[in-house]
Design a protein around this ligand. Structure first.
Ligand SMILES: [Zn+2]
Length: 92
């Protein structure tokens, strides 16, 4: 199965090497870290800890899963805080 998809991706890869990749955001991991996939060759990128784009390796995929979990629990806490502060401001 993998061999077939590689052959299929051969033409888009040539296209990408000529015109560049067309990355689309496929996942927002955190507000800074995103996952991208090329529309043509399906090459995947992600944002590393320095804010640079890097190839989405299985290691980065695992890191992103953890990051997303941490980020979601943080934003939920922030939302609670936001609700509390709104209540305070209403009294002022
Ligand atoms: Zn591409």
């Amino acid at each position: 199965m993998k061999t077939t998809s590689n052959k299929m991706a051969l033409i888009p890869k040539v296209y990408c090497s000529l015109f560049g990749h067309e990355y689309q955001v496929t996942k927002n991991v955190t507000s800074h870290v995103k996952e991208y996939t090329c529309k043509n060759c399906k090459k995947e990128l992600t944002t590393d800890s320095n804010g640079n784009l890097t190839e989405l390796t299985p290691t980065f995929r695992e890191i992103n899963v953890i990051l997303e979990r941490v980020y979601n629990s943080k934003t939920e806490r922030l939302k609670e805080k936001a609700i509390n502060s709104t209540t305070i401001y209403q009294h002022v």
